[in-house]
Design a protein around this ligand. Sequence first.
Ligand code: SF4
Ligand code: SF4
Length: 296
Amino acid sequence: GDVPEQVWERIKDHPCFSEEAHHYFARMHVAVAPACNIQCNYCNRKYDCANESRPGVTSERLTPEQAARKVMAVAAKVPQLSVLGIAGPGDSLFDWRRTFETFRLVAAQMPDLKFCISTNGLALPDHVDELAQYNIDHVTITINAVDPEIATKIYPWIYFNGRRYTGIEAARILLDRQMEGLERLTAKGVLVKINSVLIPGINDRHLIEVNKAIKARGAFLHNVMPLISDPSHGTRFGLDGQRGPTAAEVKAVQDSLGGGAHLMRHCRQCRADAVGMLGEDLSRDFTLDKIPEAPV
Ligand code: SF4
Ligand code: SF4
């Protein structure tokens, strides 16, 4: 395709970054990051981070040691396993010690496994150097707006440097941190995918601006995902009657972004503990009670 050779070398076995690879390689997420430092109006804290996941089922929360055991158990049975991701159920970089401890334990036993994380970006600038040190070269940031006024309709508050911020102040801090994190990652050569949740009437027309801003800062992929808005899941948007987009609306926005960063259209919004090929979920075969007790 139109992907430069050096980039292709790095994504060809990553099922989320390469449309081809997702037929041949498997990924798994481990749910080691329960806490979050922001509130999104589309979040339901009972389930996984809407960064990457469908509502409906709670992921099994793991300690770093349990997660490492689970990775070994999956790798023994799923030889196509090429990527370990940490994507929640909260934010992977809020309680960053758990995330990095998991990578450290796994890397000691599986030095060839690739790592990736996804994050809302608030804590990202503080961890860019450490990410590079752990050899994590794929990062996903959820960016739903670049205009703070629009962002106030999506994020009621953030928790930053020991205090809670609300309104336009919260939005400005979050958006600045997202852009700073993105710039610093791409400057280091890290491949960055941006997820945007399409929220009709709020950011549907604005995502073209998001696409321009992230492309200018070197993002590799832009993944537009539909808002999942179901009142029975108790999200703020769901309770407010905010609707999700139709499939046609999602496609129209994706088409309007044709000239931006490469678009990813095959993301399945996997659970925070997904295991297997994309579109496949073997997580029920690898719950803790089914994993050998062997110490890591
Ligand atoms: Fe929920 Fe994820 Fe938003 Fe945090 S970043 S509030 S876990 S959707
Ligand atoms: Fe890949 Fe999307 Fe699934 Fe994450 S949620 S593993 S990016 S397909």
